[in-house]
Write a protein that binds this ligand. Structure first.
Ligand code: PXP
Length: 242
């Protein structure tokens, strides 16, 4: 069954804007799980611009479902993630200048380093590895060669498509990538830029989806409808329960 994972980073963004303790991302995580999220995603960035170390420790105490630690593959993050025994390490490219994660991993470039330095400690700690990649056949092949349990397909280009043709082209790339990953025995997750408008066509077009990670659109909608209502509505769409 498909599941919704809620990314709570931007609850922390609002909190940090005033240097206050509210809104509390851990409270948001509890509400999201109560409303039907199957787990929580947070991205502990090198610059700690939203989620901070103490949030991660507190999240570990309360999250009942999937504890999805999104991170750059630095030694510091690998240590943190293995120490907390996350369910999933979602590895992403990260640069200080970006407003959000801008593209998938460059798999050809990172492959040797991931093989030697990144995968062994995570595997040894029993942390499943998810690679955030663009829907390219070559990238999925490399994910399979590395022995990744999961790929998260980057849906940003689909979400940002401005015309019908580009949107359909992107859906077709995502569909093919999902089939290819599934054929390799890799779990298919997806995320980035998904919202209440674009989710329906995405779900209709792309098979084998397991976990869908959504942040910004949910936190934005929650301002008007309340986090519990917003998450319940999206969880129902994703689990086909509406
Ligand atoms: N998945 C990954 C790997 C991401 O980096 C992000 C953005 O933090 C998301 C999913 C969620 O994207 P959005 O906030 O646009 O829903």
């Amino acid at each position: 069954m498909r599941k919704l994972l809620v990314n709570i980073d931007h609850v922390a963004t609002i909190r940090n804007a005033r240097g206050e303790t509210v809104p509390d991302p851990v409270r948001a995580a509890r509400v999201a799980e109560k409303a039907g999220a199957a787990g929580i995603v947070f991205h502990l960035r090198e610059d700690r611009r939203h989620i901070r170390d103490e949030d991660v420790y507190r999240l570990r105490e309360v999250i009942q479902g999937v504890f999805d630690f999104e991170m750059a593959a630095t030694d510091e993050m690998i240590r943190f993630c293995t120490q907390l025994k996350a369910d999933l390490a979602t590895l992403v490219p990260e640069s200080r200048e970006e407003l959000t994660t801008e593209g998938g991993l460059n798999m050809e470039k990172v492959k040797p380093d991931f093989q030697d330095r990144v995968f062994p400690p995570l595997k040894e700690a029993g942390v499943a590895i998810s690679l955030f990649i663009d829907p390219n056949p070559k990238d999925i092949e490399i994910a399979a060669e590395l022995g990744a349990e999961v790929v998260e397909l980057h849906t940003g280009t689909y979400a940002n498509a401005t015309d019908f043709e580009q949107k359909n082209r992107e859906l077709e790339r995502l569909r093919k990538a999902a089939v290819q990953a599934h054929d390799f025995g890799i779990q298919v997750n997806a995320g980035h830029g998904l919202n209440f408008e674009n989710i329906h066509d995405f779900l209709k077009s792309v098979p084998h989806l397991k976990e869908i990670s959504i942040g910004h659109a949910l936190i934005a909608d929650a301002l008007f409808n309340g986090l519990e209502n917003t998450v319940r509505r999206m969880a129902d769409i994703i689990t086909d329960n509406h």
